[in-house]
Design a protein around this ligand. Structure first.
Ligand code: S3P
Length: 448
């Protein structure tokens, strides 16, 4: 299983420190939502800073197939003319969501609320991932789903003619499931109620409000209760997409690991439900500062200054997972360079990402001479500061974050680290290699 155009790469220790300022591409979560809300709004939504990675381009194509006008005006600058809530039309062909679980699951929420027939598929990674977590709750709207064995893609959906509002308690901490329920709720008459026992990223709630919907949130003994009034008129509103903290994680950890480095990653989203990695790295002793904090497009943003630090191993509690769910592969790299042992607890959800990320991260470490164990849902990494062997070839399993984590590791190992296929990096971080090499003033990352 690989990309149609596989790209083997290898990373080695750079000749000197990593230095400089950089921006990273736009936030993936916010980019998907901006296109979807733009398609549901009345009027024209202008988006700046959109992530032009393959995942988000799949969402753009899907919104076009559902009748919205989606235009690229220039780099990161897009315009969407929406059809109004309930106004999406039947797509003329199968919708291919590529590698993106977020695109597929959020779209299923939208489709459940529209009286249309649609078929969804994706690449070999996405076709393995569980969709029952959304099709189960969404069936209560009156929508019908036909899925492959185990609730996998390809699947067909016939949306409800008169969708019913959902009342659903999330069984897993998943912003994607929450968002799918809320998007379906837009088309339903009455109040949709979603309860999350553990808080997850709230970009959907923020953007619903930004486009004029009425959303209320209460913290109760049951968890966080989100109430959405159905059938609002969403009104087009400009969206400014901040840099993705999940992409910023890679240059930040690289700077912490390469002696003498100092890197500033500018304009990064600092939504508190996304900043678990910063909290964790600080607990490990990292010299991380946030400068120039401000609010842009309704989300907190700032510049993150990362300097080389001798890190120490810690225990990362399970409650931290939703706020850094995509950052564990690169945290494992930081842990490999830390003094002592790092225990990352409660990582069950990592098994159902673009790859089984728990297994893939463990294999990445093992291939490079790093001692690690999986105990239940915990990953334990034994660090060897200044003496990480490397020398392995990492199987990326169609997973962009495994590829980038492996390449960051290679910047801090004795022998180079190779990856079998780095092409999937383009799903979330186009330009990764160029940006990282720019910080190094050389080409420590290059063809294998
Ligand atoms: C996302 C939520 C997370 C995350 C994914 C993006 C989102 O998934 O892993 O990359 O945009 O809502 P889950 O909510 O399923 O954990």
């Amino acid at each position: 299983m690989s990309h149609p155009d596989p790209r083997p790469l290898k990373a080695q220790a750079p000749a000197g420190p990593l230095t400089g300022r950089l921006g990273v591409p736009g936030d993936k979560s916010i980019s998907h939502r901006a296109l979807m809300f733009g398609a549901l709004a009345v009027g024209t939504t202008e988006i700046s800073g959109l992530l032009e990675g393959e995942d988000v381009l799949c969402t753009a194509a899907a919104m076009r197939a559902l009748g919205a006008e989606v235009e690229r005006l220039g780099p990161g600058s897009w315009r969407v003319s929406g059809r109004g809530v309930g106004g999406l039309v039947e797509p003329p062909d199968v919708l291919d969501m590529g590698n993106s679980g977020t695109a597929a699951r959020l779209l299923l929420g939208l489709l459940a609320g529209h009286p249309v027939f649609a078929v969804l598929t994706g690449d070999a990674s996405l076709r393995k991932r569980p969709m029952k977590r959304v099709t189960d709750p969404l069936s209560a709207t009156g929508a019908t789903f036909w899925t492959r064995e185990g609730g996998r893609l390809p699947l067909a959906v016939r949306g409800a003619v008169d969708p019913l509002p959902l009342d659903y308690v999330l069984p897993v901490a998943s912003a994607q499931v929450k968002s799918a329920c809320l998007l379906a709720g837009l088309c339903a008459a009455g109040t949709t109620r979603v309860v999350e026992p553990e808080r997850t990223r709230d970009h959907t709630e923020n953007m619903l409000r930004h486009f004029g919907a009425t959303v209320s949130v209460q913290d109760t003994a049951e968890g966080r209760v989100i109430l959405l009034e159905g059938q609002p008129e969403l009104v087009a509103a400009p969206v400014v997409v901040p840099g993705d903290p999940s992409s910023a994680a890679f240059p930040i950890v690289a700077a912490l690991l390469v002696p003498g480095s100092r890197v500033v990653v500018e304009n990064i989203g600092l939504n508190p439900l996304r900043t678990g990695l910063i909290t964790t790295l600080r607990e490990m002793g990292a010299a991380l500062r946030v400068e120039n904090e401000r609010v842009a497009g309704g989300e907190p943003v700032g510049d993150i200054v990362a300097e080389y630090t001798e890190l120490v191993g810690i225990t990362v509690p399970p409650g931290r997972a939703p706020s850094m769910i995509d950052e564990y592969p690169v945290l494992a790299i930081a842990a490999a360079a830390a003094r002592g042992t790092t225990r990352m607890q409660g990582l069950a959800e990592l098994r159902v990402k673009e790859s089984d990320r728990l297994a893939a991260t463990f294999a990445l470490l093992a291939a490079n001479g790093i001692k690690a164990e999986i105990e239940g849902d915990d990953l334990i990494v034994h660090g060897t500061p200044g003496a990480i062997p490397g020398g392995g070839t990492v199987e990326t399993h169609m997973d962009h974050r495994i590829a980038m984590a492996a390449l960051v590791l290679g910047l801090a190992t004795r022998a180079p680290v190779a990856v079998d296929d780095a092409a999937f990096i383009d799903t979330s971080f186009p330009g990764f290699t160029t940006l990282m090499n720019g910080l190094a003033g050389g080409t420590p990352i290059g063809p294998a």
